[in-house]
Write a protein that binds this ligand. Structure first.
Ligand code: SAM
Length: 297
């Protein structure tokens, strides 16, 4: 078995990179978690064993991969950095429960999903834009994991868990809470990473909802959700009117200019409010009313 670098030691990681002619690539948001206690806590939050399947996104040099493999879970890792991918292959390919997918996870995950189905757990320590895009793509495609354990910029974690009427509440909050209960695992200080990032990170645990949110027409719901938040200073009524101008609602018999008002009346929602004050069930109600029109032709 090849000798792994000392994952707690920046000096050891640095030496490994130098010996192998590799360098950290800023564009991929590369910071290694060099705090062993935090790594143990993250793996514990996944609660997986040999009966489970796990995807790890952004394994880097394998600090978490090593621990995840030890749980016995069937592990697939997704890494974009070619040099890291070669190192991971060297370190872990002897493990029967290890599969490596090299490339941009935003492009590679759909084909892996098609081939192997949805794993039980999604694990990752990712740059903020990749984590948010990936999670949003997966939820809108109705790809929901039993649990996800993510380490992200604290600011993103706050958005995931934000409640209506708070400054962090956005369409991304509603989207995350459509699929999951969001819980904080722990905050991770910049000094637990090498190189040290400028921001505090937060690990979050997302658990698939026991009673799933049910939009009859998920595509309509997600499109509407984005639209209602599209201009934060506008009322939901104005944002809905912009959406209605682009999306014809076929079953409405009244005058088109009354449609938005009718939708809010039937949803029992004030048209003058802003999207950041509405709850998930209220967004769902608006989508249901529109969907009903579509089916009353
Ligand atoms: N998990 C390792 C650790 O904690 O030590 C490394 C985490 S580092 C913050 C993020 C990792 O995600 C890097 O290995 C980076 O190359 C990888 N990454 C960044 N963007 C990616 C993408 N689009 N697809 C796959 N991996 C990506």
């Amino acid at each position: 078995m090849p000798c792994l670098p000392d994952y707690d030691s920046p000096a050891s990681l640095k030496a490994f990179l130098e010996e192998n002619g590799m360098a950290m690539q800023k564009k991929f948001g590369q910071n290694f978690l060099v705090n062993g206690t935090c790594r143990e806590k993250l793996v514990a939050a996944c609660s997986v064993d040999r009966t489970n399947t796990v995807w790890e996104i952004g394994p880097g040099l394998g600090a978490m991969t090593d621990l995840l493999l030890k749980t016995g879970a069937e592990l697939t890792v997704f890494e974009i950095d070619h040099g890291f991918a070669r190192a991971l292959e060297r370190f872990f390919s002897a493990h029967e429960n290890f599969t490596l997918v090299e490339g941009d996870v935003l492009k590679t995950w759909p084909s892996v999903l098609k081939k192997n189905g949805i794993p039980d757990c999604l694990f990752g320590n990712l740059p903020y834009n990749i984590a948010a895009t990936m999670l949003a793509d997966m939820i809108t495609a109705n790809v929901l994991f039993d649990t996800c354990v993510f380490t992200v910029q604290k600011e993103v974690a706050l958005r995931m868990a934000a409640k209506p009427g708070t400054k962090d509440y956005s369409s991304f909050s509603v989207l995350c809470q459509y699929g999951y209960e969001v819980q904080t695992v722990m905050d991770i200080a910049p000094g637990s990473f090498w190189p040290k990032p400028n921001v505090t990170s937060r690990a979050v645990l997302l658990r698939k909802k026991k009673v799933p949110s049910s939009a009859s027409n998920p595509a309509l719901f997600f499109s509407l959700l984005r639209a209602l938040f599209s201009s934060r200073r506008k009322t939901v009524s104005n944002n809905l009117k912009s959406w209605l101008a682009l999306n014809k609602v076929s079953g409405y018999n009244g005058a088109q200019e009354n449609l938005a008002a009718d939708i809010f009346e039937q949803s029992d929602i004030q048209p003058s409010v802003r999207a950041e004050t509405l709850r998930l069930d209220e967004f769902l109600k608006i989508a249901e009313v529109i969907n009903r029109y579509e089916h009353t032709r």
